[in-house]
Design a protein around this ligand. Structure first.
Ligand SMILES: [Fe+2]
Ligand SMILES: [Fe+2]
Length: 498
């Protein structure tokens, strides 16, 4: 067994926001418990100034355990990253434990709040994961969070390339990721990889009336348990380590859903008619129960494009529901979208599942939002449904995707993701960023589809759409190439038991 005290965002600085007594209280707790390692995931100082580093060095002296500290955005303010090396140690590196490794990475950008793991550091990180691939336990520490955090307000500040890092870590079987930054503790499991986000250790700037906290982590061969240790209370999160092997029979097939986005109807070359027509032939031949269009139906929200949409969409021979992308509602699309589709926030019901559509698009902006009011409504209808499965669809991404800067995320992605995971929504379908991707966060499968017939794609496999097959025991998500109809599996997951 291995035990880590995961602390973050102490914001040590003379005066200001720093709460010295709280800091000492947590240090006493850490010293009195059998932790093997203390990891501080950044923002150790508030200002990155020399006085703050001097003070930090003094404050951490009483910690009597091996300790790794990585820099946060605050530590790099005023070119503080140079002082970080002088007072605290390397910005990046590998800590080798007996049977584990911890790779720590500086994601700060001087004088900016958002983070980045630049291309050469990304390659270094990858080389370390290759080098230590045989280690039984692989841990990565990085200040900026990978997955959106609840209670983060509109300030997203995730890593520019969070999706690439997530993808890399999953390819190399990283077991545990440690982060901080948002001053709100949160733990999720993404396809079995546990992401521990520590709250604020000793800074007054907590969120939503919370108190200071740190995370206690216990790793055994069977599972990883993260306990969020607030000053007055604690909450445990346990995730099994052994990735479940799917050699079980799939059982009876219950439903098939086709997920499309980015049809991009227009007279421009950007709309690839042949791909659309071939895709529709294939979709009809698959006889799905439902087609779910996750937005960007038209290239621009103008009458001519909507006329084309009326014409082309008629070719789909199965029930179809729609949620708008930003392109569908710009210009006069806001008037034309409901005329084409029958309304906003569309739903669909079968005895097995209920579909809930949410309009996350805003005029003239790539950034989406569900909003507090919209999220509350959504939570209420999900709680009231009778069917065993719930499916939510919206245009914008709720988790970061590879090869895409995080700007496509929802402004309130952290709150939306947390709420849908807490409600154990079975499937969340999105259609932004033209990249096919599927993953599972806690009990919720998230599937993003590529553009079906728009020239702007980010996958070498070409334009595609997703097919989601729901069996008694499994859910299988594949992408199908729009032009050729060839198929590639994006993921297979066990269905949630009820
Ligand atoms: Fe911070
Ligand atoms: Fe930070």
């Amino acid at each position: 067994m291995m035990r880590i005290a995961h602390i973050s965002d102490s914001h040590i600085t003379p005066g200001a926001e720093f709460q010295k007594e709280v800091f000492y209280q947590i240090v006493r707790e850490i010293n009195s418990e059998p932790f093997d390692l203390v990891v501080h995931t950044g923002d150790i100082t508030d200002t990155g100034l020399r006085e703050a580093y001097e003070y930090s060095q003094k404050m951490i002296e009483p910690i009597k355990k091996p300790m790794i500290i990585i820099p946060g955005n605050h530590d790099s303010r005023n070119v503080g990253y140079e002082l970080f090396e002088e007072y605290l140690g390397d910005l990046n590196g590998v800590y080798k434990g007996e049977d584990y490794i911890l790779i720590y990475v500086d994601s700060s950008i001087s004088d900016r709040n958002e983070g980045r793991v630049g291309s050469s550091k990304f390659e270094w990180l990858k080389s370390q994961l290759v080098k230590y691939s045989s280690k039984k336990l692989k841990i990565v520490a990085v200040h900026h969070h990978l997955v959106p955090i609840p209670k983060a307000g509109t300030e997203r500040n995730v890593l520019f390339n969070a999706g690439d890092l997530m993808d890399l870590f999953q390819r190399y079987d990283v077991d545990l990721v440690l982060s901080g930054h948002r001053h709100y503790p949160n733990v999720v499991s993404v396809d079995g990889m546990v992401i521990s986000n520590a709250g604020c250790m000793s800074c007054r700037k907590v969120r939503a009336g919370d108190v200071c906290s740190y995370n206690q982590i216990e790793v055994t061969p069977e599972d990883i348990t993260v306990t969020i240790k607030r000053l007055q209370s604690s909450r445990e999160y346990k995730s099994p380590r052994l990735k479940s092997e799917i050699f079980i029979s799939e059982g009876k097939k219950l439903a098939r859903i086709v997920q499309i986005a980015g049809t991009f109807f227009s007279d421009h070359k950007i709309f690839e008619r042949r791909k659309y027509e071939n895709a529709v032939k294939k979709i009809n031949s698959l006889s799905p129960d439902l087609v779910m269009h996750c937005g960007d139906i038209v290239e621009k929200g103008i009458p001519h494009n909507y006329d084309l949409a009326h014409k082309y969409l008629e070719a789909i021979e199965v029930p179809t529901v729609y949620t708008p992308g930003p392109r569908d509602i710009n210009y006069i699309g806001y008037e034309l979208f409901p005329r084409l589709t029958g309304g906003w926030d569309q739903g669909f019901e079968t005895p097995l599942f209920r579909v809930h559509g949410v309009n996350s698009s805003q005029y003239d902006s790539d950034v989406g939002a569900v909003g507090r009011f919209g999220l509350r409504n959504l939570e209420n209808v999900i709680k009231e449904q009778d069917q065993e499965m719930s499916i939510v669809f919206l245009h914008h991404n709720v988790v970061p995707l590879p090869h895409i800067r995080e700007k496509g995320l929802l402004e309130d992605a952290g709150d939306v993701l947390k709420s849908l995971c807490d409600l154990k929504v079975d499937l969340v379908l999105t259609g932004h960023s033209s990249y096919p991707y599927a993953t599972k966060v806690d009990k919720t499968i998230i599937s993003n589809t590529n553009a079906v017939s728009c020239q702007y794609v980010r996958s070498l496999y070409g334009n595609s759409f997703n097919v989601i097959d729901i069996y008694e025991k499994l859910i299988n998500i594949s992408e199908i190439n729009s032009l050729w109809g060839s198929k590639r599996i994006l993921g297979i997951w066990r269905r949630n038991s009820r």
